[in-house]
Ligand binder design. Structure first.
Ligand code: M6R
Length: 600
């Protein structure tokens, strides 16, 4: 997740910005930059890479400036794409978190402006420039610019002739700090905690003007009085936004991650998914098959997607564990689309599977969270899931963003192949669009899942069952529990229980079932009865009426058709988290595991 820090006051800004950026490092980043204001004009320092390597002057008199850590979403991690971005004159500099959805059309409209990066952000300083040229001061020019932006943002803007910072937000966090010798803006309080604990949380639509003298906030042109609060957290807790673990923070970030994933990619009116890939219609029509190659959680995302592709795009599809994958070529290898799914983009097993497929002549399309990663350089095409950095070793928000991205890919393929009508696509995309809200509803009911974890945490083994799209979710639920709680957990296709695993089921083995739409819930209820008659307690995530009467605990999942099982997975994440916490496990760094597995 990108990070913003800004300072306007009587102290030198540079050291404050430098430590602010270091404090934001935990959020993950690939590029960094600083703009310093003052009488000599703006001074800009930015580059791809680490803060420690950023060539900053030893000293600088500026008392106003903004800094940024960038996690790439539009445009690769290069020096040119690093923030701050400037207008044509170099007199206005902008740092930005979020996504400007209409940047393409704005860029076109700003045709005579000189753009120097591939970012969506760069339209902002150029728009500010046009309003300044029309005679508006910086705060007014920023306010008018905001009216032109679609998407999400937290912004910090400085200008050569303005002794302060103009900041604004829409659906992206931004906090103001009130210090004794000046004022701050940041993406989160960790950035300036050593200077002040007095903060104001900026609200959607607010424009804040910070200067040495104070902070003025307006909304829709009218002054507003936002409360000041005192932050009592220590820096470490603040990095986790008050959550005990990154994993829990990332579970709760899923609605935001999903909004970023989906931003600008759904044309619900026409039933089209607009993901930025160039797969010609003729190619998609000639496809023999789609193969997802991946490991761990990403493999489960691939299993989910394979079912979507087969059912909606009418082409043979499968998911293969990357370390086991061999490509046999077939009649015309190019007509197999191989899709490596990898959060990190660096997993050795996935990369070598991709290389085997490429050597055999297959076409490839990577799905990843990480711009500039190896998989993006080696695959023929790439689509990004835009979930933001994930710090906990256990994959949570990246799973939901992977599946959401793959769902959009499926629509795109299905529409090109003519296997999905406009009406069907509109209905499916409407469910996709509702994912963030549905996930939020499950998160709001966390207390019930925590309570169930408290009751059943001592189970000897845990079995997760599901059918259809519930099956990959059952596998993922079990993986999460074993990975962070170190307990025996297995995921089964519910119908397979009676073919062996039922022998393991006792009153000491809670069973967790996916009983939602998209998971053939009624058939799974029969399996629920099978395990109940062996004394096992059953916990179910359900969107099916009356299912709860068969369950010891039931967690409601909103009805979202084929996407309901994905939402059910959030219950399993929370269950795993709370069991692991009760057992005192090292949740963010489970034993023997690494976030990115770069050896085969
Ligand atoms: O970075 P990748 O998505 O390629 O990683 C694949 C697996 O190592 C990863 O999903 C792993 O299974 C997770 N830590 C599970 O939570």
């Amino acid at each position: 997740m990108c990070g913003i820090i800004g300072y306007a006051g009587e102290q030198r800004a540079l050291p404050i910005l430098r430590t602010g950026l270091e404090n934001l490092e935990y959020r993950g980043y690939d590029s960094v930059g600083v703009a310093l204001g003052g009488d000599d004009g703006l001074r800009l320092f930015k580059q791809a890479g680490r803060i420690a390597d950023l060539a900053l002057p030893a000293d600088d008199d500026a008392t106003v400036g903004v800094g940024h850590t960038r996690w790439s979403t539009h445009g690769k991690p290069t020096d040119a794409n690093a923030h701050p971005h400037t207008d044509c004159t170099g007199d206005v500099a902008v740092v930005h978190n979020g996504i400007i959805e209409n940047y393409d059309s704005l860029r076109e409209e700003l045709g005579d402006h000189a753009f120097t990066s591939e970012t969506d952000t760069e339209v902002v300083p150029h728009l500010v420039e046009t309003f300044r040229d029309a005679g508006h001061d910086l705060p007014e020019a920023v306010a008018r610019t905001l009216d032109r932006l679609e998407g999400t943002f937290a912004l910090g803007v400085v200008a050569a002739d303005f002794d302060g910072i103009v900041a604004a937000r829409r659906d992206n966090p931004l906090v103001v700090g009130h210090g004794e010798t000046g004022n701050f803006i940041a993406s989160d309080v960790t950035a300036f905690l050593e200077h002040t604990r007095e903060v104001t949380y900026v609200e959607d639509g607010d424009v804040a003007v910070l200067s040495e003298g104070g902070v003025e906030i307006t909304n829709d042109g009218r002054a507003v009085d936002r409360p000041r609060e005192r932050v009592e957290w220590e820096a470490e807790a603040a990095e986790k936004s008050g959550y005990d673990h990154y994993m829990l923070k990332e579970i709760h970030e899923q609605p935001t991650a999903l909004r970023q994933t989906l931003s600008g990619r759904i044309d619900e009116l026409n039933g089209e998914a607009e993901i930025e890939i160039d797969l010609p219609k003729e190619y998609l029509n000639s496809l023999d098959e789609v193969t997802f190659i991946a490991c761990g959680t990403s493999y489960h995302a691939g299993l989910y997607a394979a079912q979507l592709v087969e059912s909606l795009a009418d082409v043979r599809a499968s998911a293969e564990v990357a370390s086991e994958y061999e490509f046999d070529g077939g009649r015309d290898p190019w007509r197999t689309l191989v899709v490596p799914v990898t959060q990190s983009g660096e997993t050795a097993d996935t990369l070598s599977a991709l290389r085997r497929a490429k050597r055999a002549g297959a076409r490839s399309l990577a799905v990843t969270n990480t711009l500039g990663s190896t998989v993006t350089r080696e695959a023929d095409d790439t689509v990004f899931i835009r979930a933001g950095p994930e710090i906990g070793v256990a994959a949570t928000k990246t799973f939901v963003s992977q599946v959401a991205t793959l769902a959009l890919l499926t629509v795109s393929v299905a529409r090109a192949r003519g296997t999905m009508s406009t009406t069907e696509a509109i209905e499916f995309l409407s469910n996709v669009r509702q994912l963030p809200g549905a996930v939020q509803r499950v998160l709001d009911a966390e207390a019930a899942v925590r309570d169930a974890a408290e009751t059943y945490a001592d189970g000897g083994a845990f079995f997760f069952i599901g059918r259809k799209l519930g099956y990959p979710v059952a596998l993922e639920g079990a993986l999460k529990l074993k990975e962070i709680a170190y307990v025996h957990a297995e995921g089964f296709a519910a119908g397979e229980l009676k073919h062996g695993p039922l022998a393991l089921v006792t009153s000491d083995s809670p069973v967790l079932a996916v009983l939602s739409q998209g998971a053939n819930a009624h058939a799974t209820l029969n399996n629920v009865k099978e395990v109940e008659s062996r004394g096992a307690p059953v916990l179910g995530c359900t969107s099916v009426a009356d299912a709860e009467k068969f369950l010891d605990r039931s967690f409601e999942v909103p009805e979202l058709g084929a996407l309901s099982p994905l939402v059910a997975n959030v219950c399993f994440q929370l269950f795993a988290y709370h069991v692991a916490k009760l057992k005192g496990r090292s949740i963010d760094k489970p034993r023997n595991l690494a976030k990115s597995v770069t050896v085969e």
